[in-house]
Design a protein. Structure first.
Length: 393
């Protein structure tokens, strides 16, 4: 008899290169935790080709401040492990769409009936002729991806997010989407929650439109990402203390573009500095699934936790080592934010995925994605240009 032994591997989720308040005009939007794009691509035998064609590189997304935002760049790998989506409605009568809420970009776009790409045909498509409140601008929109671009046009219509009705909101209607990658995604489009300076064609972001029209009780929004199953929540205009323990600790925004915080982020393992010895900057990004950092720092961390690099830049480790793996501690503004092994690993089938190496524009920049936000309830405060963090329940 032959005994088949499956080796369980883990990939560290690190890539080179987060009183109850309710008011009349606060929107609570449940976020769905669905299958990842990685899971879908693997199921259809397309994951290897995708990883080969889309090398991990977030530099195109995190461009230098001051650069023109005529064309936005968004690497497809950014949404490979995205699991949190929410429903919005556009037009009169409302047409339903599922979107990723992305604090690392500022434009809203969804597929349109003008798009014949396979990705569009498999998703909800906005039909301008079926909305009595739609107004066309005929202005082009282009967002660059790893293997192509999302091409489209800009228009205005009513956008509904939870109970908030946002009239005359500018948004993109895609006419072309790259490759077949989005074909298998569970979301239709992207709703950016970054600052206006990131918006392509100076389009007013959805949350800015809400603030300008006094549609939210407070000029802030908060995000809770549940680790397992349902329960994740985007709250517009309020902070919900039922989603965290202890107190919120506030960190000022250093540059009003991305939600960029701090110049002195440090990362330790077992009390020893393993990354950002001289201090790093960080961006809190709900549209990035993982942790992203400079190659030297990531390599150092992976070495400390015992991971080895795989074919496409990811790292893996035998899952039997999980119980003995160390806690990674991120220090922000003098406070410690521990990430246990259960937080910085993701299991997909029999694999626990931990991601790896990126290069970006700035060598001291870290991206704190969903891996961090699952552990720490995050408040994005536009009124005071700061981020609030507290231990999530």
């Amino acid at each position: 008899a032959r005994v088949m032994v499956e080796k369980y591997l883990c990939w560290p989720i690190l890539i080179e290169g987060l009183g109850l308040l309710f008011f009349f005009n606060c929107g609570r939007l449940p976020l769905m935790k669905g299958n990842t794009l990685r899971h879908k691509l693997k199921k259809h035998g397309l994951l290897a080709d995708f990883l080969e064609e889309n090398k991990y590189s977030l530099s195109s997304k995190y461009r230098r401040y001051g650069e023109a935002a005529k064309v936005a760049s968004e690497p497809l790998t950014n949404f490979l492990d995205s699991q949190y989506f929410g429903k919005i409605y556009i037009g009169t009568p409302p047409q339903e769409f599922t979107v990723v809420f992305d604090t690392g970009s500022s434009n809203l776009w969804v597929p349109s009936v003008y798009c014949n790409s396979t990705a569009c045909e498999n998703h909800h498509r906005f039909s301008p002729s079926e909305s009595s409140t739609f107004n066309s601008t005929e202005e082009p929109l282009s967002i660059q991806y790893g293997t192509g671009s999302m091409e489209g046009v800009l228009g205005y219509d009513t956008v509904i997010v939870s109970s908030i009705v946002d009239p005359d909101q500018i948004f993109g209607l895609s006419t072309q989407e790259p490759g077949n990658i989005f074909t298998y995604s569970e979301f239709d489009g992207i709703l950016g929650l970054g600052y206006p300076s990131l918006a392509v064609d100076q389009a007013t972001p959805v949350f800015d439109n809400m603030m300008n029209k006094h549609l939210v009780a407070q000029n802030l929004f908060s995000v809770y990402m549940n680790r397992h199953g349902p329960g994740s929540m985007l709250t517009l205009g309020a902070i919900d203390s039922s989603y965290y323990t202890g107190s919120l600790h506030w960190v000022p925004i250093t540059v009003q573009g991305y939600w960029q915080i701090i110049h002195s982020l440090v990362i330790t393992v077992n009390g020893q500095v393993v990354a950002c010895d001289g201090g790093c900057q960080a961006i809190l990004d709900t549209g990035t699934s993982l942790l992203v950092g400079p190659s030297y720092d990531i390599s150092n961390i992976q070495s400390v936790i015992g991971a080895t690099q795989g074919q496409y830049g990811e790292f893996d480790i035998d899952c039997s080592s999980l119980s003995s793996m160390p806690t990674v501690v991120i220090h922000i503004n003098g406070r410690q934010y521990p990430l246990p092994p259960s937080a910085y690993t993701i299991q997909v089938g029999i694999l626990v995925l931990i991601f790896s190496l990126q290069k970006y524009i700035k060598g001291t920049l870290w991206i704190l994605g969903d891996v961090f936000i699952r552990e720490y309830y995050s408040v994005f405060d536009r009124a005071n240009n700061r981020v609030g963090l507290a231990k999530a329940v």
